[in-house]
Ligand binder design. Sequence first.
Ligand code: HAM
Length: 424
Amino acid sequence: MSHILVKRIKGTNDIFNDELKYWYHIERIFREIARRYNYSEMRTPIFEATELFIRGVGKETDVVQKQMYTFEDRGGRSITLRPEGTAPVIRAFLENDLSTGGLPKKFYYMGPIFRYEKPQAGRMRQFHQYGVELIGSSDPVADFETIKFAIDFLNAVGLRDYELRIGSIGCGKCRKEYKSALRKYYSDKYDQLCEDCKRRFNTNILRLLDCKIDAELAKSAPETTDYLCDECAEHFKKLRIYLDSLGIDYVVDGHLVRGLDYYTRTVFEIKHSSLGAQDTLIGGGRYDGLVEELGGRPTPSVGFAGGFERLILVLKQENIKIKDLPRCQVYIATVGEKARMYGLKLAENLRLKDISVDMDLMGRNLRNQLKHANRINARYSIILGDEELAREIAIFRDMDSGEQTEVDLDWMENYIAEKIKEGD
Ligand code: HAM
């Protein structure tokens, strides 16, 4: 029988060892900013009824048309691995009656997202998002708060040189006018469009603006911000006033449209030049119709999400210093059964003191135990053989300097605790 390795699925990743320090860094800071802005966590299931995304994200979007992992479960229901986090949070908001007790409700989330896309740097099939949803306010100050949250987060993570782009795609009323202007603009260019855009021309004309193939044609297309009705224009103006007054740099982009259908009015993206083709770190905006679309009362809302993997790419490229993972503090090397018994007790006592301890689990000789202690980058080691045990001492070794000290066994725990405190 041949034992061929089963490999992970294309577009997915295993995350371990030193790589984890980036994940912990982002998770810690995202939670910290959420606390400062008073957002509470929402954890939703990884799979949902397919209909949630068809209704929420939109039938004609690429996400729903081409990218969902959809399957029938054993009960014959159509299930989809979540391709984004907003529709699930709104579903949970409605299902759990979270509108009671006053609005807005402010949630943050982190977790895996699934999209069947062509994998490349910064584009995965299972990736991870952090995001927030501010549910229940139509006031532009809510748009401002989510944008400011995103900026504070990126700054706290250590990023510079990102670019905030904002736009407004208006409400149903003004978007209708904008769409007909767009249709007019593209109608005599129809033959030059790529196959996807020919289809989108009829189904989802806004998407022509961010097609990579037809980018040249989009350059002189009409701008969303020129077609806003009075209310939408006022809303967008107020948002800009808030951003200006808090000194946040941004670029107004009249061609900014997003890949999901639920957006109304404000849309925004934060990009980083070092990312190349997949340059969007964070995307978000207002979605005033989604709650109603999913069966609730009209509840204007706004939010954003960003991808862990892309952010990590930038952190690495920009050489941003990230706190190292905690080291193993003490390795206990023993020779002989008696010393091993003593070592087990010592390990137990040190762990109770919150010290991280590793010890030989392989029956290695002393030389190889110390080699292993080196390999796992232990900070200190304790060497204990029968002879030391007889003299009631052990050897304490500083693994970084190589310095060794004989320490009385009954004093060892205090000695280590002191050393670790000094090193902090
Ligand atoms: P989105 O623009 O589709 O928005 O995704 C947000 C972010 O997720 C992107 O800016 C990118 O960083 C990351 N991302 C998207 N696709 C991939 C992929 N295939 N591989 C790696 N990273 C990826 C949303 O999902 C909306 N739910 C955001 C939102 C929340 N709007 C309002 N509230």
